[in-house]
Design a protein around this ligand. Structure first.
Ligand code: DQA
Length: 139
């Protein structure tokens, strides 16, 4: 299996921001854990704070033979119609993930504009959310 893990805005600060919500492990730590978990599979990691770059990465992924894309768009989840349209523009299945349980947090986090065009949604399992999402392509 070949997976693309995309992290959006502010996820580069994981391990340093809101540690009570997102934990103390950095995004590099989390990505290393994911790669170790799926050591027989190919895992590609990408992070950007720029909405358009995430759209471009999704477009490019359409021709790169990925079995699935695991996307934590961060706050873009709640308002980016551009990322929603980028997901709709490609055939590769995308799973929306969140480390925190967004439904137990601020009201504005309860709405996702990308869920409807994703294969599924996993939220609330910390860094394991990424692994559970990728695992769903294997089961
Ligand atoms: C997040 C939840 C979002 O609401 C927030 O803006 C993030 C991270 C999560 O992983 O729990 O940046 O996507």
């Amino acid at each position: 299996m070949k997976f693309l893990f995309i992290n959006g805005v502010n996820l580069n600060m994981t391990g340093r921001r809101e540690k009570g919500v997102y934990g103390t492990r950095t995004l590099d730590d989390i990505n290393a854990d994911i790669a170790a978990h799926f050591k027989g599979d190919e895992c590609v990691f990408y992070q950007s704070n720029i909405e358009g770059e995430i759209c471009s990465r999704l477009h490019a992924a359409a021709d790169e033979g990925f079995d699935g894309i695991i996307l934590n768009a961060g706050a873009f989840t709640h308002y980016s119609y551009a990322i929603r349209d980028a997901i709709s523009s490609i055939d590769t299945p995308v799973i929306e993930v969140h480390m925190s349980n967004v439904h137990a947090r601020d009201e504005f986090r309860h709405k996702s504009v990308i869920s409807a065009v994703c294969k599924g949604v996993i939220a609330g399992f910390g860094a394991n959310s990424y692994i559970l999402a990728a695992q769903s392509f294997i089961l």
